[in-house]
Design a protein around this ligand. Structure first.
Ligand code: ZN
Length: 395
């Protein structure tokens, strides 16, 4: 047993030191994260962990999968999972540098403090307690890239583990849930639809193709589908709002009022509560493009076009019946509530790989992606307590 004063003292201070180091790495999604991954790999190596890495195509980003072996290496282990990327921060909007941790009144500020470098810091600080010669089963650490932009890193890890024929019993994803067990979340799909028109003098709009006008028609269709999603709401679910949502976040195009716009793009997202709604939106908007809009614009200019680009499609998550992961986390935290979230995580992908999964981590989702993001010391201590209880169960 690890005493409470050790959690409040030595281990806590080590966690804060690691967290400060992690925040310094500007691992914004899409940007290199190799230095952070090497830092984590070195920390885990001190605890006897061996590591596997998978990379993006240009080798500028990596996923780390590290293992501290148990006494019996055949046993299925437990995975602690976090993403290393953070959303961008506009420094001028922050009270202090987003990439220099600042401590104030039992809180620590910095980009990624809640989402989700504190969880990673907690796992690294606790790792030495998972002593290999005592562990009943292995403990694994999975740190991925580009979760925020559509879970692009984790499929590479899962494919690599499958190739190596490695199996796992439970995965705990430490996204910021205020340490409450989350057992379901909506899917998250992000798209950019590109409209290519035909430029021309605004005095004769009929000879050109206004990319903007077709983007508006497309938007109207999306809004119509959004209303239909509300009506498709299923009776019993824990989500807020309790139906699938669709939102148009950005529209860009055109030059000036007197020029027919030849380019326009529309950035939009869907958060489906189930696969049926997901398929419904995809089919409806793709059919509308193919059957209505494309024939209309091609008639004026064969070069005009509409193309939907998938930025990312994150599948939803719903715990399996009698979930081993949920039972474990309820046991570790003493919290038997089962919450739902409206944002995507890697949980559905781990679960699809046959690993019982639950989401539970320090920090509040209200802090994620915000200016002056912070985490409270209390949240970090609760997470350390949970991880140490896990270790106590495993030895
Ligand atoms: Zn996150």
């Amino acid at each position: 047993m690890v005493e409470q004063n050790k959690i409040d003292g030595e281990i806590f201070h080590k966690t804060i030191k690691i967290l400060k180091d992690l925040i310094k790495f500007k691992t914004v999604s899409g940007k290199p994260n190799i230095s952070l991954i090497e830092y984590c790999e070195n920390e885990l190596k001190k605890s006897g962990a061996t590591s596997l890495k998978t990379f993006n195509e240009s080798k500028t980003q990596a996923n780390l999968f590290s293992t501290i072996k148990g006494k019996s290496s055949n046993d299925k282990g437990i995975v602690l999972s976090g993403h290393t990327d953070v959303v961008p921060a506009i420094a001028s909007e922050w009270t202090s540098d987003p990439y220099e941790a600042r401590e104030e009144k039992d809180k620590i500020y910095g980009r990624g403090t809640s989402d989700m470098k504190s969880f990673i810091a907690c796992t690294l600080a606790v790792a030495p307690l998972f002593e290999s010669e005592k562990l009943k089963k292995p403990i694994h650490f999975s740190f991925t890239f580009d979760e925020e932009t559509g879970c692009l890193g984790v499929p590479l890890v899962l494919a690599d583990l499958k190739r190596r024929n490695l199996n796992f019993s439970v995965c705990i994803i430490g996204e910021p849930t205020s340490m409450k067990p989350i057992t379901s979340h909506k899917g998250y799909n992000e798209y950019v639809t590109h409209f290519t028109g035909l430029s021309g003098h605004a005095s004769n709009p009929d000879v050109g193709v206004s990319a903007i006008e077709y983007a508006i028609e497309y938007s109207n269709k999306l809004l119509e589908l959004r209303d239909t999603l509300k009506k498709r709401q299923v009776d019993k679910n824990k989500f807020f709002p309790p139906y699938s949502t669709l939102q148009i976040g950005k529209i860009s195009g055109g030059t000036s009022a007197n020029v027919i716009a030849d380019k326009c793009s529309l950035e939009w997202e869907v958060r489906p509560i189930n696969k049926e709604d997901d398929n419904f939106i995809t089919k409806s908007i793709d059919d509308f493009t193919k059957e209505v809009l494309l024939p209309k614009i091609k008639k004026i200019s064969p070069k005009a076009n509409i193309k939907k680009e998938i930025v990312g499609e994150v599948i939803g998550f719903n715990k399996d019946d009698n979930s081993e992961a949920v039972n474990l986390i309820c046991n570790l935290t003493g919290d038997n509530t089962e919450g739902a979230m409206s944002f995507g995580t890697e949980a559905g992908l781990f679960q699809n790989a046959g690993i019982s999964t639950v989401i539970c981590g320090p920090g509040s989702i209200d802090q994620a992606h915000t200016v002056d993001e912070y985490i409270t010391y209390d949240q970090i201590k609760s997470c350390l307590k949970m991880l140490i209880s896990l270790r106590d169960k495993m030895i």
